[in-house]
Ligand binder design. Structure first.
Ligand SMILES: Cc1cc2nc3c(=O)[nH]c(=O)nc-3n(C[C@H](O)[C@H](O)[C@H](O)COP(=O)(O)O)c2cc1C
Length: 206
């Protein structure tokens, strides 16, 4: 069987869509952002309800305010973590703990990116799957455009920061969801080698 390094199609794109921890400076290829949000716009949704909207933060000053807002939501979460941990014991699992510790200090989203903030329509509370489909479609399109990307869950916390809700122009009835940050890769996009559960472990063949 072909290994993940040499497959083409969606699996090959997926292999190169690793969570980028940094971005290179400079402008992005022309049309790349438009193509990426177009992938999000065309992603499937339940009964074609299209409950997802997008805000593209290119402006450097606004992007820096967004980064600061994400750090603030991380700081609030870390302060209240004992409480969240009591409600959700999963937060104490080693994998979660390691991930949170990695982001406990410093910037949770890197400099030099462009944020595509995903907005979820409150009228469709069952629309998280549609938001996730849009995120993944955009991540694959970013890879296809030669860009690095990462998802950030911390943008959800921006919904509680009035100044950022205003800055982003979030319409009434929408909440900020997980977002995708895209940017120039600092090294060539190559197939990810992070351990994954084996196919036999993940799949039940009937
Ligand atoms: C919906 C979603 C949200 C995520 N949010 C964050 C985040 O806020 N911070 C972070 O460091 N990683 C975040 N991740 C990245 C995962 O931690 C990462 O994808 C995982 O460690 C696997 O690494 P890889 O993508 O490089 O293979 C998120 C991933 C997904 C799918």
């Amino acid at each position: 069987m072909a290994t993940i390094e040499d497959v083409s199609g969606a699996l090959g794109l997926l292999a190169r869509t690793a969570h980028a921890r940094a971005f290179g400076p400079g402008p992005l290829p022309p049309m790349a952002l438009r193509q990426i949000v177009d992938a999000g716009r065309n992603a499937p949704s339940l009964f074609n309800t299209q409950p997802v909207r997008f805000v593209v933060v290119r402006d450097r000053e606004k992007y820096e305010r967004l980064r600061a807002g994400c750090n603030a939501s991380r700081d609030t979460f870390m302060k209240l973590r004992g409480l969240f941990g009591a409600l959700n014991p999963r937060l104490k699992q080693p994998q979660y703990e390691a991930g949170l510790q990695r982001q406990a200090t410093g910037d949770v989203i890197p400099a030099d990116g462009v944020a595509i903030v995903v907005l979820q329509d409150d009228a469709y509370p069952e629309s998280s799957e549609a938001c996730a489909c849009a995120l993944m479609a955009m991540a694959l399109e970013a890879t296809s455009c030669g860009l690095a990307s990462q998802f950030t869950s911390w943008t959800r916390g921006l919904s509680f920061q009035k100044d950022l809700v205003a800055l982003l122009g979030v319409p009434k009835g929408f909440k900020i969801f997980t977002s995708i940050i895209v940017g120039n890769p600092v090294e060539p996009l190559t197939a990810r080698r992070k351990e994954r559960r084996s196919l036999d472990d993940a799949v039940r063949w009937l």
